[in-house]
Design a binder for this molecule. Structure first.
Ligand code: NA7
Length: 527
C-alpha cells in the first residue's frame, strides 16, 4: 500500500497492484483466528510516512488485535484512494522478464496479463504460503479442518466440540487459550515447545494515547535508530556485567512489563550462550510456577534450543490454559502424528478422537511467497532454480539475473527480525529513490551484479554465524519444511545499521547494480 502511494502519488508513476485477497491487509486479512494479535506494539506497528494519518488514527490497545489492524489497513486504502489501482482476488502465477524490451510480462490466475517495466514484490514473508503437514489420511477425517492462516471469515463456533490444535508457535500460542474457553475439550499436539512471554496487553487510557500521539515525532525518530524498528527498553549491559541478583531483577522487570522486550534484557542475549541460558532459565522457572501439573510443565519447557533462536512468542494466559480441566497436552516430539483417521489423530497407536482439527503449523517462510510467483529472469531461468541451495539476494532487495525486479523485505534483509511495517517503509523509500534515479538517467534496465550479491550473501551468513540464531530448527532457517535448504535467511544486522548500509549503496550511485542508460525513442522509463 505504501509502495502504491509513494510511486503513484509522489513520483507520478503508473502503478498497478495485484492482490490475492478480496481486500487489503495481507497477513491481517488472512489470519482471522481467535486471539490473533500483533506482537509488536501498535504505535510502532503502523505507518510513519504521513504525520496526519498518524494523528487521525487512534489505536485502542498496546498490542492491536487482528480486526483493528485490518480496519487500519482499510482506512489507509480509503484515505489515499488506493483501491482504484488494485486488482483484488487474483494471483500472480507467472512473471517473465523479456530481454527484447526490458519488461516483465505478468500472468494472473484469472488469465489476465499485465506488462510492466519494473516489478516490485510485496508478498510478505509468511502469509502467502501456509503449510499443512503431509500427514496420511487427512482426507478421510470426518470433521472440519482449519489453518490459522486461512481462517474462515465468518468465524468458527467450537462450542461443545472436541478440538485438536497442532502446533505451538506464535499462532498456536494465541489461538489455544481462546479455543480452550469455548470447546468442550481441547487437545494440543506439541512437537517443540516455544519460549513465550506475557504480552501484558492493555487498553490505552485516553490520556496515554493522546500523549503518545504528541510524542510521535520523537518516538519515530528514536525507532529509526534501533535494531528492531521499535523503541524497547535498552539493556543495562551484557549479562556478565550484572550480578546474578541484578540479572534476575532485569528479567523480572521485563517479564512484568510484557512483550518481546524480554529478549533485550542483556546486550548479549543472542550472541553469548551463558547470557542466553540465564534468560531461558527464567522463562522455564515461570512455566513451572504457572502450570500446576509438573509433568505438563516439564513438557512445556523448551530445552533443545536457545531462547530467541525460534521467534519468541508473546501470549495472553497461554501457560495458565494448561491448568484447565478441558485441556490436554500431547507430546509428539518423539512419536509423531502417524495418521489422521476419520475420528481423529493417531499418535503411538492411540487415536485421539476429535471433531475439528486446527493446523497452527506455520508457513513456507520467506522464500515460499516469492517462489510462488513463478518468476523467470534472464535466459528463462526460474527463481526456484537460482535459489535451489537457498536464497541469494543483493541487500535483500534484488537478485542477479532478474533485472528490473525489486523485492520488499526479501531474504537477506532484516525483515522478520524487525518491525515489519518499519522495514517495509524503509524498503519502499529506497526502491522509490532508485526508480527515480533510473528515470532521471533514462535507464530501462537495472540488475544486481553477481559479485555484489555473492559478497552480500557472505556478509549475511557471516553475521548470522556470530549469533545463536542458527541453533534453532526454525522457519528462519527453513527447518520446518522437509527438504528445504538450511540457510539462515534474514540479515541480523538490524534495521538501523542495515538502513545505513543500503543508503551508502545509494549514495555510491547504487554500487553493485548495473544499468543501461539508453532512453529509447518515445520511451517513458518508470512507466
Ligand atoms: P510457526 O512459528 O512456524 O509454528 C508452527 C508450529 O507447528 C511449530 O510449533 C511446529 O513445530 C508445529 N508443527 C509443524 N508441523 C508439525 C507436525 N507435522 N506435527 C506437529 N507439529 C508441527 O508458525 P506460526 O504460524 O505459529 O507463526 C509464524 C509467525 O507468524 C511467527 O513467528 C510470527 O512472526 C508471526 P516445530 O517447531 O517445527 O517442531
Amino acid at each position: 500500500m505504501y509502495a502504491l502511494r509513494k510511486l503513484r502519488d509522489e513520483l507520478g508513476m503508473d502503478v498497478h497492484v495485484v492482490e490475492r485477497g478480496e481486500d487489503v491487509g495481507g497477513t491481517w486479512y488472512w489470519n482471522r483466528y481467535p486471539g490473533a494479535r500483533c506482537d509488536a506494539e501498535s504505535i510502532f506497528y503502523s505507518y510513519s510516512f504521513d504525520a496526519d494519518l498518524q494523528q487521525e488514527w487512534t489505536w485502542t490497545e498496546r498490542f492491536a488485535t487482528q480486526p483493528e489492524i485490518l480496519d487500519y489497513c482499510r482506512h489507509v486504502a480509503d484515505r489515499f484512494d488506493l483501491r482504484r489501482d488494485i486488482t483484488f482476488g487474483d494471483s500472480v502465477v507467472g512473471a517473465v522478464f523479456d530481454e527484447s524490451d526490458d519488461r516483465w510480462t505478468v500472468r494472473l490466475e484469472s488469465g489476465g496479463v499485465r506488462r510492466a517495466r519494473f516489478l516490485v514484490t510485496a508478498v510478505g514473508c509468511l502469509a502467502a504460503s501456509p503449510r499443512v503437514p503431509d500427514v496420511p489420511g487427512l482426507d478421510d477425517f470426518a470433521g472440519a479442518t482449519y489453518h490459522t492462516g486461512r481462517w474462515p471469515h465468518e468465524g468458527v463456533d467450537f462450542t461443545g466440540l472436541r478440538v485438536a490444535v497442532i502446533g505451538t508457535g506464535s499462532s498456536g500460542i494465541q489461538v489455544i487459550p481462546e479455543i480452550a474457553k469455548q470447546a468442550a475439550a481441547l487437545t494440543v499436539f506439541q512437537r517443540t515447545p516455544s519460549y513465550s512471554v506475557p504480552a501484558r496487553n492493555r487498553v490505552f487510557a485516553e490520556d496515554e494515547i493522546a500523549r503518545l500521539k504528541r510524542e510521535y515525532p520523537a518516538l519515530r525518530a528514536e525507532a529509526r535508530q534501533t535494531g528492531g524498528g521499535s523503541v524497547l527498553p535498552l539493556p543495562p549491559g551484557k549479562a556478565g556485567d550484572l550480578s546474578p541478583e541484578q540479572q534476575r531483577a532485569e528479567l523480572r522487570k521485563r517479564w512484568e512489563l510484557g512483550g518481546p522486550g524480554y529478549m533485550f534484557a542483556f546486550a548479549d542475549s543472542m550472541v553469548d550462550e551463558k547470557a542466553n541460558a540465564v534468560a531461558a532459565d527464567f522463562v522455564r522457572e515461570q512455566i513451572r510456577e504457572i502450570v500446576r501439573d509438573q509433568d505438563v510443565a516439564r513438557l512445556l519447557c523448551p530445552t533443545t534450543y536457545p531462547i530467541g533462536a525460534k521467534r519468541i512468542c508473546v501470549d495472553t494466559d497461554y501457560y495458565a490454559t494448561y491448568n484447565r480441566d478441558n485441556v490436554t497436552l500431547v507430546d509428539v516430539s518423539g512419536s509423531p502424528i502417524e495418521r489422521v483417521t476419520p475420528k481423529g489423530l493417531e499418535v503411538g497407536g492411540h487415536v485421539h478422537e476429535v471433531d475439528a482439527i486446527v493446523f497452527a503449523t506455520g508457513y513456507d517462510a520467506m522464500t515460499g511467497p516469492l517462489l510462488q510467483l513463478g518468476l523467470r529472469g534472464v535466459g528463462g531461468r526460474t527463481l526456484a532454480e537460482k535459489w535451489a541451495a537457498g536464497p541469494r539476494t543483493y541487500l535483500g532487495l534484488a537478485t542477479a539475473d532478474f533485472p528490473n525486479l525489486f523485492m520488499i523485505t526479501a531474504p537477506g534483509s532484516p525483515s522478520v527480525l524487525t518491525n515489519m511495517v518499519a522495514s517495509a517503509e524503509q524498503h519502499v523509500d529506497w526502491i522509490a529513490a532508485h526508480l527515480e534515479a533510473l528515470r532521471a538517467a533514462g535507464a530501462t534496465r537495472v540488475e544486481a551484479e553477481v559479485e555484489a550479491e555473492d559478497a552480500w550473501v557472505e556478509q549475511v551468513n557471516t553475521a548470522a554465524s556470530f549469533t545463536l540464531f542458527p541453533q534453532g530448527n526454525s522457519w528462519y532457517i527453513g527447518a520446518n519444511v522437509p527438504g528445504k535448504p538450511r540457510v539462515f535467511m534474514p540479515y541480523v544486522g538490524g534495521y538501523a545499521l542495515y538502513g545505513q548500509q543500503i543508503d551508502e549503496v545509494a549514495r555510491d550511485g547504487y554500487r553493485g547494480f548495473r544499468r543501461n542508460a539508453v532512453l529509447e525513442k518515445g520511451e517513458r522509463p518508470g512507466g
